[in-house]
Design a binder for this molecule. Sequence first.
Ligand code: SAH
Ligand code: MG
Length: 198
Amino acid sequence: MENQNKIQEMKEKALKDDVPIIQDDALRFLLNYLKENHVLRILEVGTAVGYSAIMMCSVNENITVTTIERDEKRYLEALQNIKKLQLEERISLIFKDAFDVTLEEEYDFIFIDAAKAQNKAFFEKFEKYLKPGGTILTDNMQFHGLVDQKEETIPSRNLRGLVRKIKEYKVFLENHPGYITTFYPYGDGLAVSRKREG
Ligand code: SAH
Ligand code: MG
């Protein structure tokens, strides 16, 4: 089967299984950003079934991705998908809670796409592995449109808590002295935070 068909099949299965893979227009922005900024070494927090990691590899054959997933079922499915596309040499999958991971190397780009309430904690944990001039991209800044919704119209206490966390993260990014952050409305909302040089 052609790679294009394998990717299409993987995407359809993920959508059918309610795996929250990145949306098309956010993905388009992400891939274009990787290309324009000559990104080669990527760290991803939140693999799910490997869809975004595999798509990021499609930009350029020299790209490598290290990606972290704590859910065993998804991790196993990601392994299979990566194998199907013969990307075992370029994608390193870490089956662990991201908070238990220690890394050895530095990255050009970090994609934060895991538990949304933990974005700030992920940012603080992993930004030391980002090269100066590198970028951290965070997905789901709108959280299905809920972030811009009036708080009293959000149905559950849990969701309100989550939305509050995302708003706090947004303020944290805006005020971080080491980064310049731009927000984009693509997909479920993206934050692009570029690390200042030196
Ligand atoms: N990046 C993927 C989607 C990721 S969905 C794509 O676009 O294709 C978010 C994933 O993050 C889920 O599979 C969830 O299990 C994982 N996750 C959430 N918190 C995590 C943590 N602390 N450590 C590792 N993985 C985590
Ligand atoms: Mg996402």
